[in-house]
Design a protein around this ligand. Structure first.
Ligand code: MTE
Length: 314
């Protein structure tokens, strides 16, 4: 559903957001400088109000979602292959060639492996609109109107067999086009369980605000998993594999103590260096309580029976 102009944040608020953005820190970058579990005191944001009691934080938010303005969604990014600052990707990623583009589907769990042209993916499957909250592990959040297809459409087309227990995503890693291609020592990789991948909320996004994705947002195709922290949203995907073993993911490889495989949003489990109980909503003043599974508990809670199992939440 297209976003109405009345839903866009007023200019005054947006200008203030610019100031906040200018002050932003690339906290995820810190572990790179300190792969041996840092003695780091840095916090992503100062917490300037008391935390709400846990019971209050777990409720579903009743307020309607107000999409974050296009300029902010496309100007405040994490895409380290193009630099560590939030404004680097918008400046440096313009040279990324996103057409032609094909995505390889394979792995031992796919009976029908193959290559899909991006236009084929868009053409064969309905492009849906989904306005989702986006919660970064750095404790800030946005609301993004995505266009895309359900990941389950692509998985079904690959005819999964009994070995398809996990899905592994590999993204483009091209030093010719990406000034910081080697930051993680290889391509950015991510993974989901097959159940998570087949959940109707999980998308392969090809656009936002009814426009094709810009390079800094992961053009031409990226993962969207709204109940998980933002680092799960692998950008510029070139390969999707249905596999039997749990895949390793880039941030876990960078720092096993701080980033895991599941990475479900949960206000009860803090990141080792900062709280996850609250978040800074980009463009708003103060902080808001973070919601269990980023507000999608009804849709995804059944996949995680043990709410106290820390494994699921980092
Ligand atoms: N994908 C690749 N290839 N490289 C990255 O550095 N950063 C991740 C994720 N996907 C990243 C990536 C992180 S940490 C976040 S928070 C989101 O992309 C940010 O997405 P956005 O810039 O569109 O908001």
């Amino acid at each position: 559903m297209p976003v109405k102009s009345s839903e866009i944040t007023p200019e005054k608020v947006f200008k203030r957001r610019r100031t906040l953005i200018a002050a932003g820190l690339g906290v995820l970058a810190v572990p790179l400088l300190d792969r041996g579990y840092g003695l780091l005191q840095q916090k992503p944001d100062e917490v300037n109000e008391p935390f709400a009691p846990v019971s209050a934080q777990l409720g579903r938010q009743s307020q309607p979602l107000t999409p974050t303005p296009y300029e902010t969604v496309t100007g405040y990014n994490n895409y380290y292959e193009f630099g560590y600052s939030k404004d680097d990707p918008a400046k440096a990623a313009k040279t990324l060639m996103t057409s032609p583009w094909s995505v390889e589907i394979g792995g031992e769990g796919a009976n029908k492996p193959g290559f899909y042209d991006i236009e084929e993916i868009k053409g064969e499957h309905a492009i849906e609109n989904h306005v989702y909250r986006f919660r970064c592990v750095e404790a800030w959040s946005m609301v993004i109107p995505w266009n895309g297809i359900k990941l389950s459409d692509i998985i079904n087309a690959a005819q999964p067999n009994s070995k398809a227990k996990f899905v592994r995503f590999t993204t483009l890693n091209d030093a010719q086009q990406m000034p910081n291609a080697d930051w993680a020592g290889g391509p950015y990789v991510e993974g989901l369980t097959i159940e998570e991948a087949m959940n109707p909320l999980t998308l392969l996004a090809t656009g936002i605000y009814d426009q094709p994705l810009e390079q800094q947002n992961g053009a031409p195709i990226r993962l969207v998993v709204p109940w998980k922290y933002g680092f799960k949203y692998a950008k510029s995907i070139v390969k999707i594999e249905l596999v039997e073993q749990m895949p390793q993911n880039t941030w876990w490889l960078q720092n096993k103590r701080e980033y895991g495989f599941y990475a479900n949003v949960n206000p009860r489990f803090d990141h080792p260096r900062w709280t996850q109980a609250t978040e800074r909503v980009i463009g708003e003043l103060g902080r808001k309580p973070t919601l269990l599974y980023n507000g999608y508990a009804d849709e995804v809670g059944h996949m995680y029976p043990d709410l106290d199992n820390r494994l699921y939440f980092y």
